[in-house]
Structures are given as structure tokens and as C-alpha cells.
Design a protein around this ligand. Structure first.
Ligand code: SAH
Ligand code: SF4
Length: 423
């Protein structure tokens, strides 16, 4: 989502005549777009600000804006601690960046951490440029209040962008060069709207309509929440050819007591049953998840349940994190915070299994041919990198261009990539 927001801020500033600074060149304005999901992000901005201003006279130092969820959470504190910052703008208010920039040029510093529901999207420019794999935010915010998580506080309540706006933005993205669109939301499958005839539609309905856009070849969505999953979305994986065989469905823990303490309101078994239903309609689906180890009070035996769940699912890919106490969340003040070394040991064991399964998944696809959407050049001349339908990174050599959809033989499975040969 930060990539999406970053692109939109770039487009807004583009309308004011700004252009991206070539790499390695001094920029006149630097926007630090931040994430608050785990700690250290805040400290990182202060060191980035130091690096940007170090040894530079006021005239040479770039103007600095801090955006994103750290800006939302820390607001005025950033202004006080970092006099070099001219603008602090939250993730729901960045459409006001051009006005803030005008003020900054006049020497006025400003902070905007308002959360107007949908105004931001309405005031963003039309999409004119797109990479082959584009992001499209359909839903923002979260009402779930998992006890460890800051998202409901920084991104605000769940809102769904209107159906017609999304179909229009998807169409514009395709006209601008997108061949794959990833629909985004903190809980993307909570998206709901009304179609042109006033009928209620959920994410599956939106996917069916977007799939009709000529020139669009692939659709993905992320991140889903187990509780918002509906029959239509599961069925869509068997019905819509353009919907890629990949599902990112975070579980966090394999133990029901921990899940309850996290306020996840799903059980390990309920989660496994859900995955089973996806596998029924799409047997080759690549499954992905998120995990937190060392949630307050997590015992060794409870952690073992997470390993058991992993053994059962055999994820194609996954993200795993040490629990990080976030200010203002209920878990941050719970008893029994787990020591760092225990978290580290658990994380290493979990990641060992996840890497084992990722390699196994990659190796199991060897011998097949598949479409690869070319995203960028590889390290060496003539090398290209792209994604398989299962979101694996595939690299190959030969004649290609960014944005091509090419047929590739999958030749060699590595831990986090696949070597392919162009057909
Ligand atoms: N809405 C999605 C996840 C969004 S946050 C969901 O609920 O499934 C992305 C991931 O960051 C979460 O799935 C979780 O694994 C991780 N995360 C969130 N808060 C965290 C914290 N305080 N410490 C460690 N990891 C955290
Ligand atoms: Fe955070 Fe996801 Fe839970 Fe919402 S559902 S509070 S975003 S982890």
C-alpha cells in the first residue's frame, strides 16, 4: 500500500511540475513515506533526516516531508524533534500535499493528520502511467482491532472505495500500460460496494467485472482476513481465469488461546478449513501467510502449534515477524512479554520450516511451462525477471522487454526464485 501511496503522491506532485529526481542526484524535495507496523520505523526516519541534512547548508538541503503511518502516529512530535521537516502528512491526507508544499515554499511548516473518509481518492489525478504490474487500493483501514496492531489507529476505520471509481481506475491503469492489477486493502476482502444497477457487490463481484477489461491479463488481491472470506471469492478462483492461483491469508498463530488473546476471532481449525476450500476449487493455488512469534504469554507448547499448522499447510511463501509492542495497543501492556532471545529462537525455527516449504513448492513447479510477466532487467546483461502465476520470481535469459508476457520453462527451483528458459 505504501508503494501505491508513493506513486499517487508522485502523480500529485507531478501536476505541480515536479519530476522524480534521477537516482543519485540531489532532490529538491524528499518525501519519507513510512510504516508504523513494527518498531524502529520511527527511529529510522530521524536517522534518514540526519543523513539528508548532514553537512548541507540550508539552501542545499532538500525540503523534507514525512508521510505515512509514522506521520499519522507521531504528528507534531516529528515537527518538534526535526526542525528540518517542513511537512508531516498522514496516509489519509496526502491529497493536500500540493497545498502544504505551497506553504513550505513560503517558509510555513504544516502538519495534516486528518482522516476524511474518501476525499483523498476523489482529489487524486487520473492515472496516466503504470508499470506492467500495478497496485490499486480498493479498501483502507481496519475495524478488527487485533490486540497487537496499530493499523486501526493509523489508517482509521474500514472504508471501501466506490465500485465505479475502481472500475474506472482499473481501466485507466490498463490504458496506461498495466497488464496485472493487484487490488489492495488492509482487509481487502472486506471491500463492499454497489454496482451500476445499485446491487450490492463484494470483492468477487468487483473481480468479475475488472476481469472483463481488455488488455488486463492478471488479477491479484491482498491482504485478506479469514473472517471476511465469502463463498463468492472462493468460487471466483475456479471461475475467473485472470485471477491468479495465489492467496495471502495471514493466520498469525496456530494456537487458539493465542489467537483469542490476539482478538483474531478465528481458530486454527477454521483457518485450515478455509484453505481446504480454496484448494478444492484451485488445487494448484499457492498459499501464503503472516505469522507473529512471541506474542505476550505465548508458551513453547503454543508456539509448537504454529509449527504444526505450518507443517499442515505447506506454504508456498510466507512472512514471519517477532512480536513488536506498539504504543497504544492492548498487547503492549499485557503481562508476560516474551524476551528477545526467545522470540529470536522461535523466529529462526519457524523461518527454517517456511524456507523448507518455499523451496519444496518451487521445486514442485519445475518441469512445467508457464506465463511470466516481465517486470525488470536481471543483474546480468540479457537477463530478465518476472513473476509466475504463483507469484514466484522467475529469471531467464533471452529477448524480452519489460511488460511482455512470455512463455517460460521452469528449470531449476531455488529457495526464493526459479531459473527458467524462454520458450
Ligand atoms: N490485515 C492483515 C494484516 C495487515 S498488517 C491481517 O490481519 O491479516 C501485516 C502483518 O504485520 C500482520 O499480518 C502481522 O503478521 C504483522 N504485524 C502487525 N502488527 C504487528 C506487531 N505489533 N508485531 C509484529 N508483527 C505485526
Ligand atoms: Fe491489524 Fe490486520 Fe488485525 Fe486489522 S485485521 S488489526 S490490520 S492485523
Amino acid at each position: 500500500m505504501n508503494v501505491y501511496d508513493g506513486e499517487r503522491m508522485g502523480e500529485l506532485l507531478g501536476e505541480k511540475g515536479l519530476a522524480p529526481a534521477p537516482e543519485g542526484e540531489d532532490a529538491d524535495l524528499v518525501v519519507l513515506n513510512t510504516c508504523h507496523i513494527r518498531e524502529k520505523a520511527a527511529e529510522k526516519i530521524y536517522s534518514d533526516i540526519g543523513r539528508l541534512t548532514k553537512g548541507k547548508t540550508q539552501k542545499k538541503a532538500p525540503m523534507i516531508a514525512v508521510a505515512g503511518c509514522v506521520a499519522q502516529a507521531e504528528g507534531e512530535e516529528i515537527m518538534t524533534r526535526a526542525p528540518a521537516v517542513s511537512m508531516v502528512v498522514g496516509p489519509q491526507a496526502y491529497h493536500r500535499l500540493p497545498d502544504m508544499l505551497d506553504k513550505a515554499v513560503r517558509g510555513e511548516r504544516s502538519t495534516d493528520t486528518d482522516m476524511p473518509a474518501i476525499a483523498k481518492f476523489d482529489s487524486l489525478p487520473k492515472r496516466r502511467r503504470s508499470s506492467p504490474n500495478a497496485f490499486l487500493t480498493v479498501q483502507e483501514g481496519c475495524d478488527k482491532f487485533c490486540t497487537y496492531c496499530v493499523v486501526p489507529y493509523t489508517r482509521g476505520a474500514e472504508i471501501s472505495r466506490p465500485f465505479s471509481h475502481l472500475v474506472d481506475e482499473a481501466q485507466k491503469l490498463v490504458e496506461a500500460g498495466a497488464r496485472e492489477i493487484t487490488l489492495l486493502g488492509q482487509n481487502v476482502n472486506a471491500w463492499g460496494g454497489e454496482d451500476d444497477a445499485g446491487r450490492a457487490v463484494g470483492l468477487a463481484g468487483l473481480i468479475h467485472v475488472i476481469a472483463k477489461i481488455d488488455g488486463l491479463e492478471r488479477i491479484r488481491y491482498t491482504t485478506s482476513h479469514p473472517n471476511d472470506m465469502d463463498d463468492a471469492l472462493i468460487a471466483a478462483h475456479g471461475e475467473v481465469d485472470k485471477l491468479m492461483p495465489y492467496l495471502h491469508l495471514p493466520v498469525q498463530s496456530g494456537n487458539d488461546r493465542v489467537l483469542k488473546a490476539m482478538n483474531r476471532s478465528h481458530t486454527a481449525e477454521g483457518y485450515l478449513k478455509l484453505l481446504e476450500r480454496f484448494r478444492e476449487v484451485r488445487p494448484d493455488i499457492a498459499l501464503s501467510g503472516d505469522f507473529i512469534v512471541g506474542f505476550p504469554g505465548e508458551t513453547d507448547a503454543e508456539f509448537e502449534d504454529t509449527l504444526k499448522l505450518v507443517d499442515e499447510v505447506r506454504y508456498a511463501q510466507a512472512y514471519s515477524f517477532k512480536y513488536s509492542p506498539r504504543p497504544g495497543t492492548p498487547a503492549a501492556t499485557m503481562d508476560d512479554q516474551i524476551p528477545q532471545e526467545v522470540m529470536e529462537e522461535r523466529l529462526a525455527r519457524l523461518q527454517d520450516r517456511l524456507s523448507r516449504d518455499q523451496l519444496a513448492f518451487n521445486e514442485a513447479t519445475i518441469g512445467q511451462e508457464c506465463d511470466v510477466l516481465v517486470e525488470r532487467k536481471g543483474k546480468r546483461d540479457g537477463q530478465w525477471l518476472g513473476k509466475s502465476p504463483w507469484l514466484q520470481s522467475v529469471w531467464f535469459e533471452g529477448e524480452a522487454q519489460i511488460g511482455d508476457m512470455v512463455r517460460v520453462d521452469l528449470i531449476e527451483g531455488r529457495p526464493s526464485s526459479i531459473r527458467g528458459e524462454l520458450i
